[in-house]
Each structure stands twice: as C-alpha cells, then as structure tokens.
Design a protein around this ligand. Structure first.
Ligand code: CTP
Length: 400
C-alpha cells in the first residue's frame, strides 16, 4: 500500500520509543522504503541495529557522520522523503522545530523537507498541557505540520492523562492520508475573502468591526489542502495565510470590491467570509479631526454589496456567503441567500458562546435559498471549513 514511498521515521527520546520498532516493521510490510533517524536521547532507548535490521537501511544517528552515499545526506533524505514522521515526538523536539532550530540530523531534515511532516507526541501529561507545549503545537499546526494524538491513559511516570503515544493504527491511517491526499479540488480556482474592512475617517481613525479573519483563513487553508489554487483577499488581520495560499491585502470595502471584481471570473468557487463594512464615512478628512465642544455627527455613504454584485454576474460559479446575525438567524439568512443569488449561506448567531468572530470555534447552519437548513454543532473553524467544502463538492458533482 505504501509501495515506492520514502518514509523517514524520526525517533526521539521518550519511553514510547520502543513502539517505533513496531511502526517501522508495519511500514516495511506495507512496502515503504523506511529510513530511521534517531536523536541522541533516542539512542538511550533503542539501538540502531534493531532498526537497521527491520528497515533494511542504514540508521542515521549523527549529523556529521561519514555519508553512506556521496551527497549532503540530511538534504538528500529531506528531498527524497514523501513523508517525515516523528514517532514519538517529545516536547523538546517539538519546541526545537517551532523555534526554527536545526542542530541535529532530525531537525535539519524536518527543516529542509518539502514533504508533509507528521508528529505523534508522547510525554508526561503535565508537560503536554503546559501552555508552552500547547503554543508550540498550535503554531506548528498553523504552518501546516500535522499532529496525531496523544492518547489518554496510563503513563510511564505512573499517572493517568493525555500524553501517551496514540495507537499505531491511527498513526498509520494519518500517514496514509498524507501520502495519498484526496484532491477533489485539483484544477479548481477558489476565491476567498476574509477579515474586516477599515473605513478611514481621518489619518488616524477608521470604522471597522470585530472580524478576526480566522474563519476565512481556515476556509482558504481547506481549499488549498483539497488541491485548489487559492486566492485570499483579506482585510487587515494579524493571521498568516496557510503556506501555498496566495494572499492579496486590502483595507477598505471599495478596495475589496475592486480586487474581487478583478479576479472572480477566473474562479469556479467564491466564498465571501469577509465582514465588509456596509457604510464608509462620506468624507475622509486629510487632517486629524480635532475635538469640538459639542457632539460630532458622522455622515456615512453606502458601500457596494460585493456579494450581491457577484450574485447578479455569476455564471457557472458556486457562490457562498456568510451571514453574521444577532436575531431571527435562519429567516434572515434564507432571505439573504435568495436576494444575493447564492448557492448557500453559512449563518452564525454571533451572540452565541463559541460562535462568531473571536475564538477558534464556530456554530453555523447552512441555509439554502429554497429554505432547507443544515445545522452543525459547535466545532473548530477548520472543521466548519471542511463541511463547507463537502457541500460545495456535492454541488459541483450535481452540476456535472
Ligand atoms: N457582503 C459583501 N459586501 C458588503 C456587505 C456584505 O460582500 N458590502 C457579504 C459578506 O461578505 C457576507 C454577506 O455579504 O458574505 C453577508 O454579510 P452581512 O453583513 O451579514 O449581511 P448584509 O448583506 O450586509 O446585511 P445586514 O448587514 O443588513 O445584515
């Protein structure tokens, strides 16, 4: 099943290291070409000889050892790899990769490879829940590194908790997913808008909203992972796009309007996650507005409704909108889906705990113009994005 796939198995110094022996044997049985890399502490738990015998390849233990073949070996292996797995991955190794350190063979390979990298962490529960470790994992995930586990159960240190190496079957299933990713959106161009817009009032002030951009960035990431070419048109946000997603930054609704209109026609799927300001200050003062003794009245002009405009123009495109509501969510969303000629709208009640702009979760319903509703429970924004594309892929298949 993994025939002709070059899999690098990095092993670090955790008591779970002995399970890597079984992993290597299973990978070999599946036909993979397995190369084991042991960190210095892993060698205290395992001998290279065992792994060499099972993998039928030299085992790498040192960065500057005499090469087996003439090339810069860690770069050669990083280039040849179809998948790099770190099983088990200690807090130390995860921290080093997050910090961008490359001081041994394994960390250098991880840094130099273009292949997917899968970590299966194993450590003491308190270490695992430490915010430093959690932040490192979150940051690596944002950059496209993949994690599986850890599982819950009895730990070698005598305690119970989350921290055990997850079952090898689950690690292998994840490896299969990474080696043979499904790419149902291959050859498809997807346009995603995300984040807030800013409508300037004077050189130092603007009108904006609470959108963080997280939902739109998660949608762009999912589209990319499913094989699409992705253009993300984004308002101001701190978030970095998933590697591979092309991003165009804009500030105002009018800039977003122009950017979207310049690109939509080439795209087959358009998802408008952005929280676009409906109004902008009628005049923009060149100088900072000075305070007066009385009140200040702001006059606002309507911004173009980008989504409604696309709804009028669209041909074969699948067009998906978002609706942030605070009351009568489903009725309002259905009305918007009809008015804006959408395939469906993703509605969320931003007043609900766990939904809306801030945070990593959302609670949404898909509302179709004909009135059907599909409600999803509370889930991560990545999972919401996965569901959105399941729906889009169904729609595309129905149109074919
Ligand atoms: N939208 C847009 N251009 C605007 C306003 C909104 O493209 N000027 C898009 C958003 O990206 C979103 C959808 O329209 O996909 C719904 O946005 P929302 O603000 O919830 O709805 P509105 O249509 O603006 O209606 P209202 O503000 O009255 O609820």
């Amino acid at each position: 099943m993994f025939k002709d796939k070059c899999v690098v198995v990095g092993i670090t110094g955790s008591i779970a290291a002995y399970k890597a022996i079984d992993l290597v044997s299973k990978l070999k049985k599946k036909g993979a070409d397995v190369h084991c890399v042991l960190t210095e502490s892993a060698q205290k738990f395992l001998t290279p000889l065992t792994l060499r015998t099972l993998s039928q390849n030299p085992v790498i233990t040192e960065l500057f050892a005499e090469p087996h073949k003439w090339n810069v070996e860690h770069i050669g292996l990083a280039e040849a790899a179809d998948l790099v797995m770190v099983v088990p991955a200690t807090a130390n190794l995860i921290g080093k990769v997050r910090a961008g350190l490359a001081d041994d063979f394994l960390t250098t390979t991880i840094m130099a490879t273009k292949a997917p990298v899968l970590f299966a962490p194993a450590m003491n529960h308190q270490m695992y829940v430490n915010t430093l470790v959690q932040e490192n994992i979150a940051s690596l995930k944002e950059r496209g590194y993949v994690f599986v586990g850890p599982g819950y159960g009895a730990l070698a240190c005598g305690t119970m908790g989350q921290g055990r190496l997850i079952e090898l079957e689950i690690v292998l299933a994840k490896a299969a997913e990474l080696l043979f990713p499904e790419k149902p959106l291959r050859d498809i161009k997807v346009l995603v808008t995300a984040g807030p817009t800013r409508e300037p009032l004077d050189p130092v002030r603007f009108l904006s909203n609470r959108s963080s951009g997280r939902m739109g960035y998660a949608v762009a990431k999912q589209a990319y992972l499913l094989g699409a070419e992705v253009l993300l048109i984004s308002g101001p946000t701190e978030i970095q796009p998933f590697p591979g997603v092309k991003r165009l930054m804009i500030e105002t609704a009018q800039e977003m309007y122009r950017a979207v209109l310049a690109h939509w026609e080439d795209c087959q799927v358009i998802i408008k996650t952005a929280a676009v300001a409906d109004y902008r200050p009628k005049t923009q003062s060149r100088e900072k507005i000075k305070k007066q003794s009385g009140d200040l009245l702001l006059e606002l002009s309507r911004n173009p409704d980008i989504l409604a405009e696309l709804g009028k123009k669209k041909k074969e495109q699948i067009l998906v909108g978002f609706a942030a509501e605070t009351e009568k969510m489903l009725a309002q969303a259905a009305e918007k889906a009809r008015q804006k000629n959408l395939d469906f709208i993703v509605a969320n009640d931003v007043t609900q705990e766990g939904a809306g702009f801030a945070g990593d979760t959302n609670i949404v319903s898909f509302v179709f113009p004909e009135g059907q509703v599909k409600s999803l429970g509370k889930m991560s924004k990545d999972d919401v994005a996965k569901h959105i594309f399941q729906e889009i892929i169904k729609k595309r298949q129905a149109k074919e």
